[in-house]
Every structure is written in structure tokens, then in C-alpha cells.
Design a binder for this molecule. Sequence first.
Ligand SMILES: N[C@@H](CCC(=O)N[C@@H](CS)C(=O)NCC(=O)O)C(=O)O
Length: 216
Amino acid sequence: MKLINSFGPNPRLVRMFIAEKNISLPETEIDILGAENRRAPYTDKNPGGQMPALELDNGTYIGETVTICEYLEERHPEPSLIGNTAEARANTRQWQRRIELGITEHIYNAFRYAEGYEMFKDRLHCIPEAADGLKEKAQKGLALLDQQMTGRKFIAGDEISLPDIFMYCCLDFSAGVGQSIDPSLSNVSAWFARMAERPSAKSSLHPACETVGMRG
Ligand SMILES: N[C@@H](CCC(=O)N[C@@H](CS)C(=O)NCC(=O)O)C(=O)O
């Protein structure tokens, strides 16, 4: 198994997941800034054209970060980051869906349509006029999550799980590109500070962070 890796919050979340699992994987680097991920031979293997991917020993590529993390969880069940029982997995997955559909997807699209427009305009159908509305939707989603996290240490309960890693990497990135956490959201802010202290938060940062000037 090999991680097809690059700078970026999505590859970072898989690196952080791997670090929390105490496993290590060989890596091959793709130049995301130079759009190597958007052309063959990468797109022959991962037609989604996004980063990261997981290359299996038989040469198959798995794309999509959540799918990659689910696969790694099945291969390395302990420590569990998705759940040891059907009920625990259902709980983790419902929170994963909520944060992706209600927060992180809006943040990423707003970035692509605004601050990231120059990089993405020839890669995706960008909708610059949607950026402000998406930022607002993401902030509303965060405010709702803040209420829902009252009395909870992590997003899905008292233990760290995939949605924490997913959202931490998104928010650490977005804070640097004009979408920071409203400090009045005390539960989310305290959770973010706890996540930032984990060794995996630091070790998962890509060495290119300094030159790129973004956290991913
Ligand atoms: N839905 C995809 C999103 C991955 C994604 O957006 N990756 C970014 C890096 S953080 C990317 O490849 N950006 C460059 C591009 O889209 O060309 C997943 O979960 O894997």
C-alpha cells in the first residue's frame, strides 16, 4: 500500500489519520500546484483527479479521503477512528456526513471560487458569485455544531474520530485563507485548540507549507 501524497488539507487529513493509527505508509509525491493531479498518468488511475489517493499492492487506486480512511480502518482496526460496533460506526458516519455537507464542502468551494480562484479557474467550474454565500453557510454550520458540541470533547462523542480529523484539517487550512473560526464559538474553539495539541496535527503538515504559505 502506498499513499499518493501532496500538499493540501485533504492529503493532510489522511496523513493525520495514519499518524493517529500509528501506522506508516510509503509515499509518492504529486505536484498539485503544477496540476500534475489533473492530467495523465494520474487521472488514468484516479479519474476524480484530486488528491490524495491510496495505491493498493495490486496497483488499484482508491480515491476520496473518506473512502481511503474507511479502507485503512478496515485494514488496521485499532485504535479505532470510525467505531468498533455497528452503532459506533453509524454514529461516526452521521457526524462525518453532517460536517462535510454542512461545513467543510462549503468552506472548500468558497475557497476555490474566491481566494483559490486563480488556481482553480481552469480546473473546475467555478462560481465566484457563490463564494460569499458559501462562507456564510459554513459559518452557520459551525455555529450549529458549536451548540451540538456542548458537553462533548469531540465531534462524535468523547473519543477522537474521523470527523474530528476531517474538520480540523479543513479549519486549520481555512483560517489562513480568510475563513477563520468565530471566537465566540467557544465549544468549537476549545475543540480546535485540543486538536492542535495532538502530535499528529504537527506531524501531518506537509513540508511545502512554508513555501506555499497555507496550512495543508
Ligand atoms: N472529495 C475529494 C476532495 C479532494 C480534494 O479536494 N483535494 C484537493 C487537495 S486538498 C485537490 O486535489 N485539489 C487540487 C485540484 O482539485 O486540482 C476527497 O475527499 O478526496
